[in-house]
Ligand binder design. Structure first.
Ligand code: ADP
Length: 517
């Protein structure tokens, strides 16, 4: 059966060869094995179930949380002559019924559904009357509490599968699985972990960089001027930030569109269209924008503020360069954004996940402070081990010299230890810089031998240096109501003089614009 795969790829999709991982995934599915396929955004996951759907008899069910994506996918399939449809909350009762009636008659090769459907008894009854060889679970990380987008309705998938008269195969697909999430998906969907197909997460055409200590507005203006012929996305943290940036750029005659969940459906659709059809070159948006957007010529994705975790970051940044041409992913870092994200996490309803979310946020902050290869940092985060520096990112191409900061690292860590490893970054920086702050004196920290040993530096510089030590895993964080710092084993080796620490010469911090949204 598998021999049919390549001719189908050519005749329906017009591609002459499979991409990395696609062939194995299709092979595994067609051979009747439950399979998990982990590929980066833009890697070509859809083909991995669309081709099997054509090869296998009956109707393949595709479960996806993305309503907007369903319609686009179904339209695209219909256009190339593959019978497909979707059923989700955008349809009224009669429309949904009609489609289901056709589905039961075997009209479609693919039926896309939102996971919430699985909660309806009638719907499950209908599925019982269909021939279903394969269930494809898109965005499969939504099934895991450890993922970044847990959706309880995903937990009904296995029940649905169990209730079918003929057991279908399962293909789980995700772009953002850490080893822990992967294990969870396999466990919950009954997939043998040996049937994991994971293609490298490296995107060779993307170059990552983190910009710190610069006037963001000015940076953005210069960047957009230099790249005015290119399409790009600017992600901002809140709706208000998006609106402010949008107005500012519009006043500068930049052809800009905007997108966030606070806008009406019609406005949003119009703005999205303008961007997709190259009528607006820049899209300013919150993270609500981009799921299921297939625009291949995005040359840059610029994060105006820190995202909440690496999964979100790589997914958003990964929307650049889907056509394989060189593209940039830039993150503008400012320490106060960490506070905003902490605040948002604190506000979230699910109290049981707060510590985990804070840890993820910290890894995002570490990304901003590491001086090692950024692409490698990302790959390691997603569980790839044998990686090499990319030679493209902001850190790999940084020509500043590395200076020995072992002594400063030792001073900082011994201060952390002397303070009892019970305090946060701010207080530690205050002690090191000899602050007369009430809390410092009340706790008697002005009597420590490490009090004021870095007083030639500003509290902000020292605070940055502590972040750097955290990113190097010399200092670790205990998440609680307030994060507290302690010295890791690796840090202790530095204290004992077993190893040295190097850091790039720091740049002068420039004034931050007053108008910064
Ligand atoms: P993902 O779901 O992994 O983000 P998609 O399935 O949307 O990725 O595919 C991303 C893009 O790559 C689409 O434009 C798709 O048509 C294209 N694509 C997929 N497979 C191939 C292939 N074998 N050859 C060329 N282009 C492909």
């Amino acid at each position: 059966m598998f021999e049919k795969a390549l001719p189908l790829l050519e005749s329906y999709f017009g591609y002459s060869a499979f991409r990395k991982g696609q062939e194995q995934a299709i092979h595994s599915v067609v051979a009747g094995q439950n399979t998990i396929c982990v590929m980066p955004t833009g890697g070509g996951k859809s083909i991995c179930y669309q081709i099997p759907a054509l090869i296998l008899p009956g109707t393949t069910i595709v479960i996806s949380p993305l309503i907007s994506l369903m319609k686009d996918q179904v339209d695209a399939l219909t256009q190339i002559g593959i019978p497909a449809t979707f059923i989700n909350s955008s349809l009224n009762f009669n429309e949904a019924n009609e489609r289901m009636r056709e589905a039961k008659r075997g009209k479609y090769k693919l039926l896309y559904i939102a996971p919430e459907r699985l909660e309806s008894y009638d719907f499950l009854e209908d599925l019982n009357q269909m021939e279903i060889p394969l269930v494809a679970v898109d965005e499969a990380h939504c099934i895991s509490q450890w993922g970044h987008d847990f959706r309880p309705s995903y937990r009904h998938i296995q029940q649905m599968i169990d209730s079918l008269p003929q057991r279908p195969n399962v293909l789980a697909l995700t772009a953002t699985a850490t080893p822990r999430v992967r294990e969870d998906i396999c466990h919950l969907l009954n997939i043998d972990e040996r049937n994991t197909i994971i293609t490298g997460f490296e995107r060779e055409n993307l170059s990552f960089s983190v910009i710190k200590g610069q006037d963001r507005v000015k940076y953005l203006q210069d960047y957009l001027k230099k790249n005015d012929k290119e399409a790009g996305i600017i992600y901002a943290a809140t709706r208000k930030n998006v609106d402010q940036l949008y107005e500012r750029l519009r006043k500068e005659n930049i052809n800009v569109a905007r997108y966030h969940a606070g806008m009406g459906d019609v406005d949003r659709a119009r703005e999205q269209e303008r961007f997709l059809e190259d009528k607006a070159s820049v899209m300013v948006a919150t993270s609500a924008f981009g799921m299921g957007i297939d625009k291949s010529n995005i040359r840059y994705v610029l994060h105006y503020q820190l995202p909440k975790n690496m999964e979100s970051y790589y997914q958003e940044a990964g929307r650049a360069g889907r056509d394989g041409l060189k593209s940039e992913c830039i993150l503008l870092y400012s320490p106060q954004d960490v506070q905003i994200q902490r605040f948002l996490i604190d506000q979230s309803i699910d109290r049981s996940r707060i510590t985990q979310e804070l840890e993820k946020l910290q890894q995002m902050v570490d990304y901003c402070h590491t001086e090692n290869c950024l692409q490698e940092f990302i790959l390691n985060y997603f569980g790839e081990e044998e990686t090499e520096p990319c030679e493209r990112c902001g850190n790999c191409t940084d020509s500043r010299t590395r200076i020995d900061v072992t002594k400063e690292a030792q001073m900082t860590m011994s201060c952390v230890i002397r303070m009892g490893q019970r305090f946060g970054k701010t207080l530690i920086a205050q002690v090191l810089t000899g602050s007369k702050n009430k809390k410092v004196t009340e706790l008697g920290f002005d009597r420590l031998s490490t009090y004021g040993i870095m007083k030639d530096q500003g509290a902000k510089e020292v605070s940055d240096f502590i972040e750097f030590l955290i990113s190097q895993e010399l200092i670790a964080i205990e998440q609680g109501q307030f994060p507290t710092l302690y010295v890791s084993q690796k840090g202790k080796d530095i204290l004992l003089g077993k190893e040295q620490v190097f850091r790039r010469e720091t740049v002068q911090v420039k004034q931050v614009s007053k108008n910064d949204p």
